[in-house]
Design a binder for this molecule. Structure first.
Ligand code: SF4
Length: 323
């Protein structure tokens, strides 16, 4: 389907829970307890009804996110249903990786081969300071998914004063495992870590630092469906991606996605408050025609770009929007 600007929008990011076992600085406050009531989180049947309608109007790619999607009960079975659904061409997952050692094998058997795994630091103390979590199972999970032949990309959110000194070790780790690493500019989607001169580290600065010691060969082939621009570091042999929502003024020109929150709100853009409540078409009974109508309405109202450069204040914590 095309949006009013003629952009092909065929990529749906499904948040399947707002729960998370970590508390990343750029996502939610440390003592956050504002989880959605369980009954407000879409059931597997409701999620699959959304997938049926989305696939029916041309969505082909589905990324499952959260919160932490692996906290959702029955997630492996849900991923198997999603991967097997007619019209679904690609299924991917974004995860903090902590439960991959336990669930990774099952996910691969379910048909998931494409994982974006958050890794904001390798140093255990630094990782804990940023996420309030433990990096060891994440590293094990990354190694395991790589060993199982999966496509693994590491997501590193850049935070000045928090992790710029981790970039070298993350690049070495990625090189040793032959996985892609993406450096992501901080976006104003947090209610605790407000975007500021102090914490904002533009992608351009990281890139210039890398260019002082290496050559960045652009990779034309799309290594994914998102907005990242990829380069191979000639000397290191590592592929890096840059996601610059703040400093790249053309960032949204290639937008191909919409997001579904865990409680059934369809968002045409991460950086905008626009959302359509799908619950009236899902409860008490699923109405596929009404659901399709709501999808088309939301697509017709898709904004040209985000509001991040316009003093944007998020209406929800990131974990309730979905990565
Ligand atoms: S910020 Fe919004 S319009 Fe821009 S790429 Fe992301 S979802 Fe698309």
């Amino acid at each position: 389907m095309n949006d009013p600007l003629g952009r092909t929008v065929d990529y749906l990011r499904l948040s399947v829970t707002d729960r998370c076992n970590e508390r990343c600085l750029y996502c939610m406050p440390e003592h956050y307890r504002g989880w959605l009531p369980q009954k407000e989180i879409l059931s597997d049947a409701e999620l699959m009804a959304v997938v049926r309608v989305a696939a029916g109007i041309g969505f082909k790619r589905f990324r499952v996110t959260g919160g932490e999607p692996l906290l959702r009960p029955g997630i492996v079975e849900f991923m198997a249903d999603l991967a097997a659904f007619p019209g679904v061409e690609s299924v991917q997952m974004t995860t903090n990786g902590m439960f991959l050692p336990r669930l990774g094998d099952g996910l691969v058997r379910a048909g998931v081969r494409n994982f974006n795994i958050s890794l904001d630091a390798l140093d255990p103390a630094r990782y804990r300071a940023i996420t309030h979590g433990d990096v060891a199972p994440v590293i094990d999970g990354i190694r395991q998914m790589k060993a199982l032949g999966c496509k693994v990309k590491l997501n590193t959110v850049l935070m000045r004063g928090k992790n710029e000194d981790q970039i070298e070790s993350i690049l070495d780790f990625a090189g040793a495992l032959d996985v892609v690493v993406r450096f992501i500019e901080l976006m104003p989607v947090s209610m605790s870590e407000m975007l500021s001169e102090e914490n904002f580290l533009p992608v351009g600065e990281v890139r210039r630092n890398l260019e002082r010691e290496d050559i960045l060969d652009p990779i034309e082939d799309a290594l994914g469906f998102g907005p990242a621009r990829y380069y191979r570091l000639r000397r290191r042999g590592v592929i890096v991606g840059f996601i610059s929502a703040i400093t790249d003024l053309h960032f949204c020109e290639r937008c191909n996605k919409m997001r579904l929150t865990a409680d059934g709100k369809l968002r045409p853009c991460l950086g905008n408050h626009l959302e359509t409540d799908l619950l009236p078409a899902l409860r008490p009974d699923v109405d596929l025609d009404a659901l399709e109508e709501l999808f088309l309405q939301t697509l017709a109202g898709k904004p040209a770009e985000h509001l991040f450069r316009s003093n944007y204040q998020p209406g929800r914590v990131m974990t309730a929007i979905g990565g």
